[in-house]
Design a protein around this ligand. Structure first.
Ligand code: RP5
Length: 171
């Protein structure tokens, strides 16, 4: 049985990760979804430790109403690609930094999908997790005017912060 945590009643976005050790990175995707009010669910689904549950998750994703899956994994990060093989719901892959290769292994594992089954792949780590969520939101916003307004406001706030940045004097 798939463990459930962080589950809205009717989630639109599924956030999955290969291990609870991915949480520090993947929580940045969840924070964005929560801030934008997008119903989501988040849980551990490991491709190599829970292969049957992973297949079930992919198989049922569309029927359960998911419109996007954000999948984070580290090392030989096969979770996003394998999930994409089990569903037509778009998969957004987040390479989680690994202990020895600092996530370059994760990045290459996720981004180098052979032709025919795509995974949209983001930057290694926190920025990738946050951007995966923002990209999902941008996609959902194409048919949701209220969400598009929230995205515009988010960008406007970033603009304000950047315009207010000052550089320190020379030492
Ligand atoms: C992958 O192996 C996970 O996505 C995680 O990034 C990595 C290490 O997992 P743990 O050994 O910390 O559980 O499946």
């Amino acid at each position: 049985m798939i463990q459930q945590a962080h589950r809205h009643e009717s989630p639109v976005v599924g956030v999955v990760m290969g291990s609870s050790s991915d949480w520090d990175v993947m929580q940045h995707a969840i924070r964005i979804l929560a801030d934008f009010g997008v119903p989501y669910e988040a849980q551990v689904v490991s491709a190599h430790r829970m292969p049957a549950e992973m297949a079930e998750y992919g198989d049922q994703a569309a029927a359960r109403g998911l419109r996007a899956i954000i999948a984070g994994a580290g090392g030989a990060a096969h979770l996003p690609g394998m999930l994409a093989a089990f569903t037509e719901v778009p998969v957004f892959g987040v390479p989680v930094p690994s202990r020895y290769l600092r996530g370059e292994d994760s990045l290459l594992s996720i981004v180098q999908m052979p032709k025919g089954v795509p995974v949209a792949t983001f930057a290694i780590g926190e920025a990738g997790a946050a951007n995966a969520a923002l990209h999902v939101i941008a996609n959902l916003a194409t048919t949701d005017a209220a969400l598009r307004e929230k995205l515009r406001a988010f960008r406007a706030r970033q603009n304000e912060v950047a315009r207010g940045m000052n550089l320190p004097p020379l030492d």
